[in-house]
Ligand binder design. Structure first.
Ligand SMILES: Nc1ncnc2c1ncn2[C@@H]1O[C@H](COP(=O)(O)OP(=O)(O)O)[C@@H](O)[C@H]1O
Ligand SMILES: [Mg+2]
Length: 330
């Protein structure tokens, strides 16, 4: 079995742990207190992403642990990995081409990209151009985690938020209707393997904490069309609203696991959870597309967990009730 390298593991214990049930997982995060790394087989610190030594450090980890796939868990290093992949330095990286990585990280560019591919995106303008209608959402172009997002009812309110928010923003039609996420997985050739939609019943800080997997054919098709148009490799999450007037509009595309990782794991047919399929891809196996094959109706409700660490920052295995704990060594 080849190993899987996860970067920027942060708090995403569920993801690291799910991978560790199927293969050797190398977790890297510059923060020794990033909790999710404690679910990994190998926990390691790497230079900061901006450091020229970042990619060489990942190359060294790939060599040492026989890594077959690299999966970034945050937006922060996708462009660096995309460049390194395109330049042949990190062929294992499951990331899109650099141009797509750059343009999906910029929400205004992503809007233009969707339009270029004939995919539905709500009317969106940059400050200085008058929107065709209000209300709008004033949202940061490089936003994440629902930071600095405000609804504006008219031009006066929009002008206030444009001035108030301390980063570049855009003005996007406020969508009126339910919001959905579609968790997708693609192979290295950009073929969509599956697209699993879910409702967003409750979100906090940009993370979906309650939701239900649904078999909505229109959303499944939308997810597949987006990831195939963009040539995504590995996981991606497409967010969309179904506006009462405009119909479907895509508001966010993240070429990484979304905030509600467990949903597509619960819904997957046996052997076909995304971590299992990525472990298979890491081994060089071909996975056949099976878009729409999953079990709808699974609901997730999420909560916080924690680990007690000793003086050397090793998990003590002690907790308030029996903890999930690190996986048994393979
Ligand atoms: N055009 C929009 N209309 C209504 N709500 C929106 C719109 N864009 C974003 N939102 C709300 O703000 C949240 C965060 O916005 P999003 O574009 O997903 O950015 P990010 O997740 O990167 O912070 C969304 O989940 C959604 O609830
Ligand atoms: Mg989002």
């Amino acid at each position: 079995m080849k190993a899987v390298l996860l970067t920027g593991t942060g708090k995403r214990y569920d993801i690291v742990s799910a991978f560790a049930q199927h293969t050797t997982v190398v977790a890297c995060d510059p923060n020794p207190l990033a909790p999710a790394q404690y679910a990994a087989t190998v926990r390691t610190s790497v230079p900061m992403i901006e450091d020229p030594q970042y990619v060489p450090a990942l190359q060294e980890l790939c060599e040492r642990h026989d890594v077959g796939a690299i999966v970034p868990l945050t937006d922060l290093d996708i462009d660096v990995l995309a460049e390194a992949r395109a330049g042949g330095r990190l062929p294992q990286a499951l990331v899109p081409d650099p141009d797509i990585a750059r343009r999906t990280y910029d929400k205004h560019e992503c809007h233009l990209l969707l339009q270029e591919h004939g995919l539905p995106s709500p009317p969106t303008v940059l400050p200085g151009t008058e929107p065709d209608a209000y209300p709008v959402m004033v949202k940061p172009i490089h936003g994440s985690g629902a930071r600095n997002i405000f609804a504006a009812a008219d031009a006066r309110e929009a002008a206030f938020f444009v001035d108030y928010i301390d980063e570049p923003v855009m003005l996007q039609r406020l969508m009126d209707g339910p919001e959905f996420s579609i968790d997708c997985l693609s192979d290295r050739d950009g073929r969509c393997l599956n697209a699993i939609p879910r409702t967003m019943l409750e979100s906090r800080g940009g993370e979906s904490i309650k939701g239900t997997v649904i078999a909505d054919a229109e959303l499944i098709d939308l997810g597949r069309r987006v990831v195939e148009a963009f040539g995504v490799r590995g996981p991606a999450t497409v967010q969309a609203f179904r506006d009462r007037e405009l119909g479907l509009g895509i508001t966010d595309v993240n070429t990484r696991f979304g905030g509600a990782f467990p949903a597509p794991v619960y819904a997957a047919r046996p052997g076909r959870s995304y971590p299992e399929l990525i472990a298979a891809m890491a081994n060089g196996e071909t996975v056949e597309p099976h878009v729409g094959e999953f079990d709808a109706g699974r609901t997730f409700t999420r909560y916080f967990w924690q680990l007690e660490l000793d003086e050397e920052l090793r998990p003590t295995g002690r907790d308030i009730v029996s903890p999930p704990g690190p996986p048994a060594p393979r």
